[in-house]
Design a protein around this ligand. Structure first.
Ligand SMILES: [Cu+2]
Length: 141
């Protein structure tokens, strides 16, 4: 009985150790990634736009539909926060391939995109209110 059991234990043990090691490495890998993603110094340009009073605002500023400036080739995370209950807003910069799904009332969404390598100007818009809510993204060097 004992002799029959031991070989099984001996043969399954290395497998178990390998599995545990692989799991630990996976967890360590994920934990190592978290600070990079959350670190604001990681180089990703973050822009927070607020939708209120039927216009876009950079969070904490009062200029409606501001011109946004980003650098050629940089990674940008754009957050849209809808502060208007019952009003649907979205964000689309079609020529940059960047869009945020419509936010039906208060809520937020985001998009990460890579700025083109060429300097230029791009339109952004809120699709349902394109005549009131539109602006320009300038890609500079
Ligand atoms: Cu809108």
């Amino acid at each position: 009985m004992r002799l029959a059991f031991d070989p099984v234990r001996l043969s399954s043990r290395p497998v178990r150790v390998t599995t545990v090691t692989a799991l630990m490495l996976a967890v360590a890998g994920i934990m190592a990634l978290i600070p990079v993603v959350a670190d604001p110094r990681s180089g990703r340009h973050e822009i927070v736009l607020v939708a209120r009073e039927m216009a876009f605002y950079v969070d904490g500023t009062r200029m409606p539909n501001p011109t946004l400036t980003i650098r050629a080739g940089e990674e940008v995370r754009l957050v849209l926060r809808n502060e208007q209950p019952g009003v649907t807003h979205d964000f689309v910069a079609e020529s940059l391939g960047a869009s945020i799904e419509p936010l039906k009332g208060v809520g937020s969404g985001s998009v990460v995109f890579r700025a083109p390598n060429q300097a230029g100007r791009h339109d952004y818009v809120c699709t349902p209110h394109s005549r009131m809510m539109n602006g320009t993204i300038v890609v500079g060097r």
